[in-house]
Design a protein around this ligand. Structure first.
Ligand code: SAH
Ligand code: SF4
Ligand code: F3S
Length: 451
């Protein structure tokens, strides 16, 4: 094996879980003496952390991989790794498809990267996709931001939504202990981080698998308990969490958010469809009425809370009337942000085998109509910020205008204002909003309020 220069590159696809896993794997590589290379072509180790939520996400991975596999034919000491959800889904088959690969590793193995690489450097081609207990990682992640950080609280998902590959590729739920989570946050606080987002695919399931259920069967470690347990970590000024599942969302959690000043008034609760029969076919376990009740309760406690969600159009068998029910929900609720997608059949999921699939034309027509409505509604929702004073946590310079900095409001709106990044990075600044766009804001700083 050539040891010099030992430079690595990671390209990350997919959701925040993958981003958090990549940061941990980057930390492991740096601990082993590798240095970051922005350009994959300068790196001697390339890791693709992949996503398979929809077919286009998976295809993107193959096109990136094809290019580097070709490079490896001329440069045999290049180490090529596929991690993440495509790795888990395809396993050994990936080696058949891309024989140049050195390592195929599922998401549960992210913390084992050093061990697995040792096996590669000993001359093996390695596939690590078996279900394992996720080990606590002792290496420090190499985090992209110095201001905001992700902290995993639960891995995996025990739901069985009929369209979704996540349970197949991320395995069963595994919660971290409240102590481990708090310890990681305390370290972040010491390092100067100001905001933490607690992560889980179904974060409301947090703690179900930890020992300590009460006699009535209620577990003692719920997400709500966790928020109370970690909300006062020194230095951390803001707390967020994602993703919530309407089936398990509780009023107790809403109350905690209203009560705890550091928990931001932002809720990401995917509804997927506004039609009860489609929700049933998806095995989501709630009705659109229940979803509306949740949002009403949130707004009763926090009238101005930001609400975001995910939705799928063109699920098998979805009629025009059923799609209209999704439009109606979007019309009524006034989401701040909605991630929309056309249904994509995924290997190993029940809905992919059904015969009532819709045509690509119908799916893309519905997606366009939904996106149009989302933009109109987001522009309206944004108006409420005009003239207001919002607290903005400054993260970076505006890449398009170096005289401006950018950060996020408590409701997670990207906001720009004139200022010097060297002075303001990591500070919470009151900003008077002078311009609103559907998904971002511009304003003027009033004064620096705090730390
Ligand atoms: N755990 C979260 C979402 C995880 S996946 C939840 O339960 O809501 C992120 C989003 O991808 C989902 O909310 C869904 O809207 C979308 N998605 C998942 N599978 C999909 C599929 N097969 N086709 C299209 N979109 C899909
Ligand atoms: Fe997928 Fe459903 Fe689990 Fe979300 S809750 S990750 S949509 S199976
Ligand atoms: Fe994609 Fe895996 Fe996340 S499939 S959305 S990277 S859990």
């Amino acid at each position: 094996m050539t040891t010099s220069p030992r430079r690595y590159h990671i390209t990350t696809f997919g959701c925040q879980m993958n981003k958090a896993d990549s940061e941990r794997m980057a930390g492991i590589l740096e601990n082993m003496g590798f240095e970051w290379s922005e350009d994959p072509n300068d790196a001697s180790l390339i890791l693709y952390n992949t996503c398979t939520i929809r077919d286009n996400a998976e295809q993107k991975v193959y096109s990136y991989l094809g290019r580097q596999a070709k490079r490896k034919q001329e440069q045999p000491d290049l180490t090529l790794i596929v991690a993440g959800c495509v790795a888990q889904q395809e396993g050994e088959q990936l080696l058949r498809r891309v024989p140049e690969l050195d390592l195929v590793m599922g998401p549960q193995h992210a913390n084992r990267l050093e061990d697995l690489l040792q096996q590669v450097f000993d001359g093996n081609q390695v596939v690590a996709t078996e279900e394992v207990h996720i080990m606590e990682d002792i290496t420090k992640p190499r985090r992209d931001s110095k201001v905001t950080a992700w902290v995993n609280v639960i891995y995996g998902c025990n739901e069985r939504c009929t369209y979704c590959v996540v349970p197949n590729v991320r395995g069963v739920e595994q919660s971290r202990t409240p102590e481990a989570i708090r310890a990681e946050m305390e370290e972040l606080g010491r390092q100067g981080y100001k905001e933490v987002t607690l992560l889980g695919q179904n974060i409301d399931a947090y703690g179900r698998d930890l020992p300590g259920a009460t006699a009535e069967g209620r577990h003692q470690h719920t997400l709500t308990d966790l928020l109370y347990y970690v909300h006062d970590v020194p230095g951390i000024e803001r707390l967020r969490f994602a993703t919530s599942h309407p089936r398990y969302f509780t009023e107790r959690l809403i109350r905690a958010c209203a009560e705890l000043p550091k928990v931001c008034e932002l809720f990401h609760i995917p509804f997927q469809s506004g039609d009860n029969d489609i929700l049933k076919a998806m095995s989501r376990g709630y009705t659109q009425e229940k979803y509306r009740r949740i949002i009403d309760t949130i707004r009763r406690y926090m009238p101005d809370a930001a609400i975001s969600a995910d939705a799928i159009v063109g699920f098998p068998g979805e009629t025009e009337e059923q799609f209209q029910n999704t439009l109606r929900l979007v019309e009524d609720i006034r989401f701040d942000l909605l991630n929309t997608a056309a249904y994509s059949p995924r290997p190993g999921t029940p809905a992919a085998l059904w015969e009532n699939q819709l045509s690509e034309e119908v799916k893309s027509d519905r997606l366009q109509r939904l996106n149009h409505l989302v933009n109109v509604k987001a522009a309206q929702a944004s108006q409420r910020y005009f003239g207001r004073i919002e607290e903005v946590l400054v993260e970076d310079q505006n890449p398009k205008d170096p005289t401006q900095v950018m950060g996020r409001t408590r409701g997670n709106r990207l906001t720009f204002f004139t200022g010097d990044i060297n002075e303001l990075k990591g500070k919470i600044v009151p900003v008077k909003i002078t311009q609103v766009r559907p998904f971002s804001l511009t304003g003027e700083a009033l004064s620096v309020a705090c730390c």
